[in-house]
Design a protein around this ligand. Sequence first.
Ligand code: NAD
Length: 480
Amino acid sequence: MQTFGNYINGEWVTTARTFENRNPANTNELIGHFASGSAADVEAAAAAAAVAFPKWASLPAPARANYLFKAAEILDSRFEKVAEEMTREEGKTFPEAKGEVRRTINILKYFAGEGARLSGHLVPSERDRVHMFAIRKPIGVVGLITPWNFPSAIPAWKLAPALICGNTVVMKPASAAPLSAWRIIEALHEAGIPKGVVNFVMGSGGTLGKALIDAAPLKAISFTGSEPTGKWIHAEASRRMLRIQLEMGGKNPTIVLKDCDFNAAVENVANAAFFSTGQKCTATSRAIVEDEIYDRFLAALVERTKKLKVGNGMEAGIDIGPAVDQGALQTILDYIEIGRQEAGAPVAGGNRLTGPGYDQGFFVEPTIFAGVTEDMRIAKEEIFGPVLAVQRASSFEDAMRLANASQFGLSASVQTTNVSRVFDFVYGMEAGLLTVNLPSAGVEYQLPFGGTKDSSFGPKEQGPAAFDFYSDYKTVYLKY
Ligand code: NAD
């Protein structure tokens, strides 16, 4: 069984201590042993990144892009294997994993292409014979901390814009699914990226996160993960005045109006609430349904949900894999218990799955609570699992009020054929990412991504907006 090392200053580095990564669909299956880095490893990685920075920053961006294009090609040559490993370490189904690896490859290519388009500003001066312009420059050494739920796409959408802008990086992946990110680093290594430009340290979030924030060369930190960790990073990193970007939790609503395309709305809510085991940051966790169609919609949604097949994501025909680990499963089961006390018995699901094919994994039924009210914890707190709270709204205005009654504002969706309602939703909904007649989850990399309220802090990720975080301006006034 392979031991996967950290990557520091262009070398694969093993550690005395390692941690295991096991398949959440079958914990008898060991994916590998992974280096468990220390604070000293993070310091070494940050020092290497600082040494590599001037040369990397002075390389023209299209030349930096060549490494990303090459890494994308290398990943593509291993497409099926990398996707299979993702299913085995994270639990999402094989088709979902293939979709994510394809997205990772496209993200690398997209930002590589942007290398030839990194624009600044050129505007006319009020003064005679003065040429004035602003050019982009990199920030320096950037720390990247990523979660397990999109274990390849999120590392890619932080790494690629950071590198193309000329920064050097230290990345810390989530311990529940480190191999998918490791494969990107491996591809960059094989693409010949200069030593020290990319560094990768695995291990405890608390230890490595603190070491990263304290590392002297660090200039910025981009984090995706839970809200409590994000708030802690904000407090710690602000003391040093690091540039910060935080993408955190959600409690995403889908509003279902009486004039919706009914069958499509049922499908969209089932998809957004339960696929990837509800472990997408943009998953729907509240369905807010207009009174007139509430009963019919709930009945159809329950029927659809009961047909979803839960199991090992490598098997054909499976819709939903396991929770990522024992801790995530326990959180989901705890919230189902809270839901029972608050809203009564669930109208679908509600149990851990047991028996052959399930006993060695963290499987739970997709679960629906009906008649949920806004004061209940299952309507307010992020569960991050396949648990949906269905709320009744007396009107569109009431639905909007309920949808906005949240500390979070990541994604939101409306299902309607009324164009005025669509625009009322677009302008009135407090969320960073909106969908209309689509699932609330499922984004592309070409547009800005991120939330509002307690879901996010700092500039948006992805699309052209990614450069707002990973670069700075230098403004020049020149008399000729
Ligand atoms: P998490 O906060 O537990 O961990 C995220 C990362 O932070 C991991 O790499 C972890 O090791 C590290 N970490 C833990 N403690 C740390 C500390 N004290 N300092 C620095 N780093 C630390 O989150 P998770 O369970 O991996 O991910 C699930 C959460 O991520 C959910 O809340 C979900 O909504 C959120 N998420 C948000 C987005 C988004 O774009 N808004 C996307 C995906 C996931």
